[in-house]
Design a protein around this ligand. Structure first.
Ligand SMILES: Cc1cc2nc3c(=O)[nH]c(=O)nc-3n(C[C@H](O)[C@H](O)[C@H](O)COP(=O)(O)O)c2cc1C
Length: 448
């Protein structure tokens, strides 16, 4: 158990078997066969644990990861493990690293989610986290009987109620309520069991939950809202926030904005950690690192370049547009707003072709450089209050993860930014986040 008085760097890794770069799976050293290979994932988790990563994060959509099958067949995104199943298995081959799974509030029910994450938290000894998403990929809707997602605002209203119900369910039992007293014949103390009796706009959930309070009280809540509505949601509920800014100034602005919003909701800003994305390409020289990035970009097929732009901007068809030509005019859509705005601004400001825009998007948060340069980048952003930590996405696996752990992490430790050992037992403790009090329920109890 530890309490963090000093602000310290925290690190998470996004693990996707075929790698974070859209063409990463085609790299000569990539292991696309690892996508559905548990031993491959176990090795990566152990590598990250050796590098003292706080958390391993698995993204998810409840569909094939894209719009249509044309370009999808040219990416490594056609198949992936269900995150909670994978993380439950990984919890058995790791000891310290946090395990963050994505689950959508649009196509799930709060009771199932509360129960599954409580189970993962118990199985892992307090290492579970839930990345709360509202779903953005259109194919997901069709898998649940809908033509399209709920409208953006409504998705977040549902998410808000969803998270409140889940927290109330996690608090069904007080911490010490399950006594298992053989002598006295009491499995649990009835006074320590609380029934939420929730009735709201989207859900009616009586409760209580059928599992005792998670070791962390509540598994850590991850979130990546970025639009106005999304940021408000993140500031209310998120404890680790993924962000997408690639420039220091923009990242500082996001950081300040989200901390101010958290404070406005009565939360301690230090308990809302901001993690921009970072895709490190480490090499002995900067020139070599840049060459490695260019090599990856050249592996992006034309169909993928078009589709990458198309999928991230909205419902438009670029099939007949030359990939080395400009973007056509874009209509308003119900898709992820912040990402679309970011891309449109980029294309307009720099007069980019479809391919160039796709390359920018694929490069995303790539930082190519020597271990010292990558460590400098991390330190600069951390000290400039642009980041509390980073969500590190390796362009392909496993090589770049090993390079980062062997070459960059020791520098961060030498600089006193990252401890050499895990200091806490739970993910919350390692991240310096408080454990929610058992009776801190938002929902009204109306009796049992
Ligand atoms: C690093 C990162 C990871 C994300 N992971 C997922 C995911 O696994 N599944 C998903 O449906 N959305 C994911 N998202 C999308 C966000 O949940 C969110 O919808 C997006 O950032 C747009 O913000 P907005 O909803 O406020 O417009 C992710 C976003 C980021 C930046």
């Amino acid at each position: 158990m530890t309490s963090h008085t000093a602000r310290r760097l925290t690190l998470g890794a996004l693990v996707h078997g075929s790698g974070g770069h859209i063409a990463g799976w085609r790299h000569p050293d990539a292991r696309p066969d690892g996508q559905l290979d548990f031993a491959f994932h176990a090795d990566i988790a152990r590598t990250l644990e050796r590098g003292r990563f706080d958390a391993l994060f698995v993204a998810d959509v409840v569909a094939l990861w894209g719009h249509q099958l044309d370009s999808l067949s040219r990416t490594g995104r056609a198949e992936h493990f269900e995150p909670l199943t994978l993380l439950a298995a990984l919890s058995l081959v790791t000891e310290h690293i946090g395990l963050a799974a994505t689950a959508t509030t649009t196509y799930n029910h709060p009771f199932h989610i509360a129960r599954k994450f409580a189970s993962l938290d118990h199985i892992s000894g307090g290492r579970a986290a839930w990345n709360v998403v509202t779903s953005v990929v259109p194919l997901e809707a069709a898998n649940f009987g809908y033509d399209s997602h709920l409208e953006h605002e409504l998705r977040y209203r549902r998410a808000d109620e969803f998270v409140q119900v889940v927290k109330a369910l996690w608090d069904s039992y007080d911490d010490e309520a399950v006594v298992r007293d053989k002598e006295g014949g009491r499995y649990y103390d009835p006074a320590g069991l609380h029934t939420p009796h929730h009735r709201g706009e989207h859900f009616a959930v009586r409760g209580p939950l059928n599992i005792s309070r998670p070791p962390q009280g509540h598994p850590v809540v991850f979130q990546a809202g970025s639009s106005e509505t999304g940021r408000e949601f993140a500031a209310r509920h998120g404890e680790v926030l993924f962000t997408t800014q690639h420039e220091l100034g923009a990242a500082q602005a996001f950081y300040a904005d989200i901390k101010a919003r958290a404070a406005a909701h009565g939360r301690a800003p230090a308990h809302v950690l901001v993690w921009p994305g970072l895709t490190p390409l480490v090499a002995p020289t900067e020139t070599e690192a840049r060459r490695r990035l260019a090599e990856l970009q050249d592996l992006i097929h034309d169909d993928v370049a078009r589709r990458l732009v198309q999928d991230n901007i909205g419902d438009l068809d670029l099939t007949d547009h030359p990939v080395d030509g400009p973007l056509p005019d874009i209509p308003e859509t119900n898709r992820s707003k912040s990402r679309r705005d970011l891309l449109l601004k980029l294309a307009h400001d720099e007069k980019l072709t479809i391919r160039q825009l796709a390359h920018r998007f694929a490069a995303g948060a790539a930082v190519a450089g020597t271990p010292e340069q990558i460590a400098d980048h991390i330190e600069t952003w951390f000290r400039a209050y642009a980041a509390d930590g980073f969500n590190i996405s390796f362009p392909y696996l496993p090589g770049p993860a090993e390079d980062f752990v062997d070459q960059v992490v020791p520098l961060l430790q030498l600089r006193g930014l990252l401890p050499t050992e895990y200091e806490g037992t739970t993910l919350r403790e390692n991240l310096g986040l408080p454990r929610p009090a058992a009776r801190d329920r938002r929902l009204q109890e109306t009796g049992r």
